[in-house]
Design a protein around this ligand. Structure first.
Ligand code: C2O
Ligand code: CU
Ligand code: CU
Length: 566
C-alpha cells in the first residue's frame, strides 16, 4: 500500500507545485480618464526571472520595482483632453498617440522629443471612432529599445454608437485589454533585438486569466517589435471580430484564426457561457507562417534564430470561472454602419514602393520606402487639406511589412487587386503589405493643415523603422506654404522655384554622377545618368509642382532634395 500511495502523493504534490508555478495572473493596467491626464515615464525594474531585478521602464508605475507598460487611457469622442507627459527617463523620448486623428504638433512622433526632466503637454479634441488605440515611444532610432524596455499603454475610445450596443464593456471584468509582445532575455536583462522567445501578455510571462462564463470582449494589441501572432484558441473556439484598428465593423465576423501584425488591433468576442470549470489557451498558431511573414522567418543559425519562430505557442491560459451578475450572453448580429470612402471621390493616387535595398550608400539597411532612407528634413508628400487619396503600396521585396500611417484611418480597397476579407473592411491604420503584394487604400486628410509639422508613415517593425523605413507628409492649406519647408540632405538646388534649368551643388563632393527627378506621385519623370554636364539639368519639360530630386554623387552615394517648378 505505502509503496503505491507514496508516488501518487508525491506526484500530486509535485504536480500542484508545477501547476502553481506554471501561470501568472494576467495584469490588468489601471485606467485613467478625464480632461487632464498626467503621465510619468520612469525607469525601474521588474522581476520576470525569479527574484532578479530586470531593468525596465513604464508609465506611472505603482513602484520602481514594477516598471512596465502603463495605464489604459479612456477617451470619449468629442471630449477635449490635455495630457502632461513627463519624461523621468535618463534618455530623450517621445509619446505617440497611435491611431489618433489630431494636429501634427500633438502627434508625438520623432518631431516632438521630450528631453529628460521635461514635460510635454499636448491637447486635442478626440475625434476617433470607438475602438482600441495605443501610445508608445517614437524617437527616431530608439523605438525598438524603448518599446522593449516596456514603454507604452493602451487607449480605449468610447462613442455614442458603441455605447448603445449590448457589448461587454466593464473594463477588467468582461472587457479585457491584451497587449501581446515577446522578449528575449540575456542573463536577467532584456535583450534589444526584434524577436523574443518569451511570450508576454500585458508584460506577464505565462499569463493566466479567469474568465467569467459569459460573453467576453478581448481588445488585442500587437505591441511586439516585429512578431505577428496568428491568433486562435486551443479548442477551436470560434471568436467574433467586432473591431479593427480604428472602429467597429458592420457586423461580427466569425473566425478561428486572425493574423495580427505589429501595431494592429482587433477586438473580439468569445462566448464562455456554460463553460465554467473548463480551461483553454489563447494561442499563436504561427507554425503555418511562411518565411516572408514576421515570425515565420527561420534562420537556423542566424541572428534571428528563435524558439518561437514558425511554431505554435501559448499566448495565455484561460480558466472559466463563475458568471457575473448581469452578464452579456448574446453576440449582436449588427454593430455600426461603416461608410468607407468612395474611390470615385479620390483626387489622386500616390504610388509608394517598398524595396529590399542593395543600393550603394545604404549599407546595412534592409528595407526602404520610396527608394530613400528616412531623413527628418525630407518631406515625401504635400497633401492638400481635405484631399481624398488612394495610396498604392507596392512591395517588390521578399518580406512582409506592416505599413502604418499617422493622422488618418483608411479603408483597404484591395490586396493584389482582390477586395479585402470581412474583418479588414472597416477602419485601419496598419496594414500588412505582404511580400510581392500591392495594397491599395483610400483615406481623407481632414482638419489639420500644418505645413511645418509632418506626419509619419512607416513600417511598424520597430527595427525597420529605426533603420529608416519611414517617410513623412505634411497636410497643407495651399501650395504657397510649401516653400517654407523645402529642405535637403546637403544638396542645394537653385534657383528654387525653378523655371527652365536647375543647378545643383553638394556639400563636399563636387561631381554628380546621376540626377533622378520624381513627381509628387513618386513617378520618375526625368533623369540623367553618367553625363551630367556642369551639375545642371533642363527641367523646362516639367509641369509646375513639387518634385523630389535624388542625386548620386561621384562616390556613388545618393542624396536628396526637392524643388518647386514654377
Ligand atoms: Cu505606432 Cu508611427 O506608430
Ligand atoms: Cu502611429
Ligand atoms: Cu518592415
Amino acid at each position: 500500500m505505502k509503496i503505491t500511495i507514496l508516488p501518487v502523493i508525491l506526484f500530486g504534490f509535485l504536480f500542484n507545485q508545477l501547476n502553481a508555478q506554471t501561470y501568472n495572473p494576467l495584469w490588468i493596467p489601471d485606467t485613467l480618464s478625464g480632461s487632464t491626464i498626467n503621465l510619468s515615464l520612469e525607469e525601474g525594474t521588474k522581476n520576470w526571472i525569479g527574484s532578479f531585478a530586470t531593468t525596465s521602464a513604464g508609465v506611472n508605475p505603482s513602484s520602481s520595482t514594477n516598471a512596465f507598460w502603463g495605464p489604459t487611457l479612456i477617451f470619449t469622442k468629442g471630449d477635449s483632453i490635455h495630457l502632461n507627459v513627463t519624461n523621468n527617463l535618463m534618455d530623450t523620448t517621445t509619446v505617440h498617440w497611435h491611431g489618433m486623428h489630431l494636429p501634427a504638433i500633438m502627434d508625438g512622433g520623432p518631431h516632438q522629443p521630450i528631453a529628460p526632466g521635461e514635460t510635454w503637454s499636448p491637447y486635442w479634441k478626440v475625434d476617433n471612432h470607438a475602438a482600441t488605440y495605443w501610445y508608445h515611444p517614437h524617437l527616431h532610432m530608439m523605438s525598438q529599445e524603448q518599446l522593449l524596455l516596456g514603454l507604452g499603454g493602451m487607449i480605449i475610445v468610447r462613442d455614442s454608437a458603441e455605447s448603445t450596443l449590448a457589448l461587454p464593456r466593464t473594463y477588467g471584468v468582461d472587457d479585457i485589454p491584451l497587449a501581446l509582445s515577446d522578449r528575449a532575455f540575456i542573463g536577467n536583462q532584456i535583450s534589444i533585438e526584434p524577436y523574443g522567445d518569451s511570450m508576454m501578455v500585458n508584460g506577464v510571462l505565462r499569463a493566466e486569466w479567469i474568465a467569467p462564463s459569459q460573453l467576453v470582449r478581448f481588445r488585442i494589441l500587437n505591441s511586439a517589435t516585429e512578431r505577428s501572432y496568428n491568433i486562435g484558441f486551443s479548442d477551436t473556439t470560434t471568436f467574433y471580430v467586432i473591431a479593427s484598428d480604428g472602429g467597429l465593423l458592420n457586423a461580427p465576423v466569425p473566425l478561428t484564426r486572425y493574423l495580427l501584425s505589429s501595431g494592429e488591433r482587433i477586438e473580439i468576442l468569445v462566448d464562455f457561457t456554460g463553460r465554467q470549470g473548463q480551461s483553454l489557451f489563447m494561442k499563436a498558431y504561427n507554425s503555418v507562417l511562411p518565411q516572408n511573414i514576421p515570425g515565420g522567418d527561420m534562420f537556423p543559425n542566424g541572428p534571428f534564430a528563435n524558439y518561437l519562430q514558425r511554431s505554435d505557442f501559448n499566448v495565455m491560459h484561460i480558466s472559466v470561472g463563475p458568471q457575473t451578475t448581469n452578464p452579456i450572453t448574446t453576440i449582436p448580429s449588427n454593430l455600426v454602419t461603416v461608410t468607407p470612402y468612395d474611390s470615385l471621390t479620390s483626387v489622386l493616387t500616390r504610388y509608394l514602393t517598398i524595396t529590399d535595398t542593395n543600393i550603394v550608400g545604404y549599407n546595412g539597411v534592409s528595407f526602404i520606402i520610396n527608394h530613400h532612407l528616412y531623413s527628418e528634413s525630407f518631406i515625401d508628400y504635400q497633401v492638400p487639406l481635405d484631399n481624398t487619396e488612394i495610396w498604392e503600396i507596392a512591395n517588390s521585396g521578399n518580406f512582409s511589412h506592416p505599413f502604418h500611417i499617422h493622422d488618418v484611418e483608411f479603408n483597404i480597397l484591395s490586396r493584389n487587386g482582390v477586395f479585402p476579407t470581412a474583418a479588414e473592411q472597416g477602419w485601419k491604420d496598419v496594414v500588412l503589405v505582404k511580400a510581392h503584394e500591392t495594397v491599395r487604400f483610400i483615406t481623407k486628410f481632414t482638419d489639420f493643415a500644418d505645413a511645418a509639422h509632418p506626419f509619419m508613415f512607416h513600417c511598424h517593425i520597430a527595427l525597420h523603422e529605426d533603420e529608416g523605413m519611414m517617410g513623412q507628409f505634411v497636410v497643407v492649406n495651399s501650395s504657397s506654404e510649401v516653400k517654407d519647408i523645402i529642405n535637403n540632405d546637403g544638396v542645394r538646388v537653385y534657383p528654387n522655384p525653378a523655371f527652365d534649368r536647375i543647378f545643383l551643388s553638394t556639400k563636399g563632393e563636387s561631381t554628380i554622377r546621376g540626377i533622378f527627378i520624381y513627381n509628387s506621385l513618386g513617378e520618375l519623370v526625368l533623369s540623367e545618368k553618367d553625363q551630367v554636364q556642369e551639375n545642371q539639368i533642363d527641367v523646362s519639360s516639367l509641369r509646375s509642382g513639387i518634385y523630389l530630386i535624388n542625386i548620386q554623387n561621384g562616390s556613388g552615394q545618393f542624396m536628396k532634395s526637392s524643388f518647386i517648378k514654377n
